[in-house]
Design a protein around this ligand. Structure first.
Ligand SMILES: Cc1cc2nc3c(=O)[nH]c(=O)nc-3n(C[C@H](O)[C@H](O)[C@H](O)COP(=O)(O)OP(=O)(O)OC[C@H]3O[C@@H](n4cnc5c(N)ncnc54)[C@H](O)[C@@H]3O)c2cc1C
Length: 370
């Protein structure tokens, strides 16, 4: 069996890794480079129980467990560690000290107060997302997976029109027995080739600072009251390489068809830096190593889109992981591998995510450039 995986983000590379554990050959076809989109620019924050109560709970719990196993079993480094997570209330307009229930790390400003502990080292963790995604690809390649840099522009089908034969990549056909669409928000392009619902991209900005908190690191989820009275929700994630990641400014900007054209909105990263300085002055003044933007994939009901494509033998989709793609990559890779090889999943029930729960997008609704 040869599985073609379209997209080299955390979802595509995790599927390649778990297929490689079952000695199934796969080729990851990636347009720009592994981890060049959201899977390289996200927070890499992981939580055991933050999806509890939703249909994603079993997937998230299994994936949190797998992250620990992968960090211990694969000889590679992607900055996996457990950490405590705090909720911080901050304002540029008023005194928030009444919200202080816990000691604040001393690098937070006077306009910030630690309100509650959201997670402990038993329930929250982190990875460097780019290093993790590339590490999954490297580990898969050690067991025979291949990486092809190329633009997937369509699928090919057997004479019955209902069985996948391969994918068109830069004008030539690559043959495969199965194809998985794992192109993050660009999975919307596959609605031209397969009966799939709409996938949207929601843009977020982020900064990587050269800053190491001078004490035990915590991830911070901040509720910041801005000058205008609005509430912003930046997230702060110190990494084990002496840098600190901050994200949080969303935007409505449309998804460019070519992932290399994803750039921050004018002024977006500057605004995020000013916000950071408002609750953590030392951090906000630190050197900025990366100022970037990316799109998280989401579908209409906010749940992942995972499973066999209805009516087309050999076609699968795995996307729509929204804000939890880094967390849920491993369990998605494991489940999609079971589905492709065994025809059913064992570790996690993915039926709540099946594509047919949503109406397919009509080709006439797509206005993408070729
Ligand atoms: C600001 C921000 C912070 C986040 N923080 C976290 C976090 O802390 N924890 C967490 O769990 N999740 C987080 N997420 C969500 C997470 O990053 C995403 O859910 C995840 O990266 C999606 O992975 P993916 O593989 O589906 O898509 P992507 O990473 O977008 O990968 C899709 C790949 O497909 C490729 N592609 C596109 N078109 C084609 C084509 N035609 N042919 C071939 N390849 C193509 C692209 O180049 C890209 O590499 C965050 C997201 C954002 C935006």
């Amino acid at each position: 069996m040869h599985v073609l995986i379209c997209g080299g983000g955390v979802i595509g590379t995790s599927i390649a890794y778990f297929l490689s554990l079952r000695s199934v050959k796969s080729t990851v076809i990636e347009r720009t480079g592994v981890a060049n989109a959201a899977s390289g620019k996200s927070g890499g924050f992981l939580a055991l129980d933050w999806c509890d109560g939703s249909p994603v709970e079993p997937l998230a719990r299994r994936s949190f467990e797998l992250h620990d196993e992968l960090a211990n079993s694969i000889d590679d480094a992607w900055g996996y560690r457990r950490l405590d997570t705090l909720n911080v209330v901050a304002s540029t307009r008023r005194d928030v000290s009444a919200y202080r229930q816990l000691d604040s790390p001393d690098w937070l400003g006077r306009g910030a107060a630690v309100h509650t502990q959201l997670g402990s080292q038993s329930t929250t963790a982190q990875v460097d997302p780019a290093a993790f995604t590339k590490g999954m690809m490297r580990a898969a390649m050690k067991s025979g997976a291949q990486l092809l840099i190329g633009n997937v522009t369509g699928l090919t089908f057997k004479a019955d029109g209902a069985t996948v034969r391969g994918a068109m990549v830069d004008g030539r056909e690559i043959a495969g027995d199965s194809v998985v669409i794992a192109m993050g928000p660009w999975s919307v392009l596959a609605s031209q080739w397969l009966p799939l619902p709409a996938v949207y991209g929601l843009k977020g900005h982020s900064l990587v600072f050269q800053f190491e908190p001078p004490m035990m690191p915590h991830a911070l989820f901040v509720e910041l009251e801005t000058e205008s009275g609005g509430i912003a929700s930046p997230e702060v994630i110190p990494r084990d390489d002496g840098t600190t990641y901050v994200c949080g400014l969303s935007s409505e900007a449309p998804l460019p068809v070519d992932p290399v054209h994803v750039v921050p909105d004018d002024g977006g990263c500057e605004e995020l830096q000013a916000m950071t300085a408002a609750f953590a002055p030392q951090l906000g003044k630190a050197e900025v190593l990366a100022a970037q933007a990316c799109y998280r994939p989401i579908v209409q009901d906010g749940l992942p889109l995972m499973g066999a494509v209805p009516g087309i033998s050999g076609a699968y989709v795995a996307t729509g992981h929204s804000v939890w793609g880094m967390l849920n990559g491993p369990a998605t890779g494991e489940a999609m591998t079971e589905l492709i090889i065994d025809g059913a999943t064992r570790a996690v029930d993915i039926s709540p995510f099946r594509p047919e729960r949503l109406a397919p997008l009509e080709a006439s609704d797509l206005h993408a450039e070729p």
